[in-house]
Design a protein around this ligand. Sequence first.
Ligand SMILES: [Zn+2]
Ligand SMILES: [Zn+2]
Length: 309
Amino acid sequence: MNLEAFVLGCGGMMPLPYRHLTSVLLRREGELFLFDAGEATQISIRRLNLRWKKITAIFISHMHADHVTGLPGILMLNSQVDRQEPLYIFGPPRIAEYIEQTRRSLDMYINYEIIVKEFTEPGILWEDKEFSIRSFGLRHTKPCYGYTLEEHMRPGAFFPEKALALGVPRGPLWSLLQGGGNVTLPSGLLVHPEDVLGAPRMGRKFSYATDSLYFPEISREVAGSDLLVCEGMFEDALLASAVEKRHMTARQAATIARDAGGVKLLGLIHYSPRYADKELKQLLQEAQEVFPNTILTRDRMNFPIENVD
Ligand SMILES: [Zn+2]
Ligand SMILES: [Zn+2]
């Protein structure tokens, strides 16, 4: 199963000539899930040559311009392809009003169904037989949510030699056991999946958290993430300003990653436009003092998230 994250933009507040606004696209088995869509997000998608019509759902963190002004362009572009399935958009209150008003005032041509789901309480938003997508609360100047995509546990590895030793012939009975079913052999012997499978394996987890005051409970939500993409907007010296604006420093993002436990990689995002690219190394350095496995995300970086077994 392919799981890969693409950073479409890594900047906060305003797009810069060399840095688009914070947005991440997750591709799982060809399905695309978009997290935030600031002005010009579509440019990065086009440059990555990803197919539009495959966007299944869009998740908006909060109703600030740098996270939603790219939506109309993405909605219009989806009309240029033959799209049968609806597009789902999840977000805090007023996202429906924003989309509806923009559609009407711009006479946007949309030839497919858009289903907008506003929510006010964190929880599971998307449930698939293999994974779920969940929101969790953040603390910003407006209602704001982080998101995780988490795969369910997978059955353990199959040991053919154990199946053969028990007398289970190669074929459909093997698939049945691999899928978690019991098998009764002609001899009357009942074979359970655990007789031929290893221990269940963890699924993968991706987390996205941006535009928030630091608070320790974020760690609980992102625990065990293979990839955590988290706002690291300011350097230590601007901590007071970060708190006042309800944003995070890079060190605070690293603190979340460290305290969560099980986070494999932290990608910083939503940099203040005050920093030129080469100045970001200060943020990286401060974060790495707390959580060494931190990197600076850049526009159009991609992160394959592999199964460990
Ligand atoms: Zn922002
Ligand atoms: Zn904001």
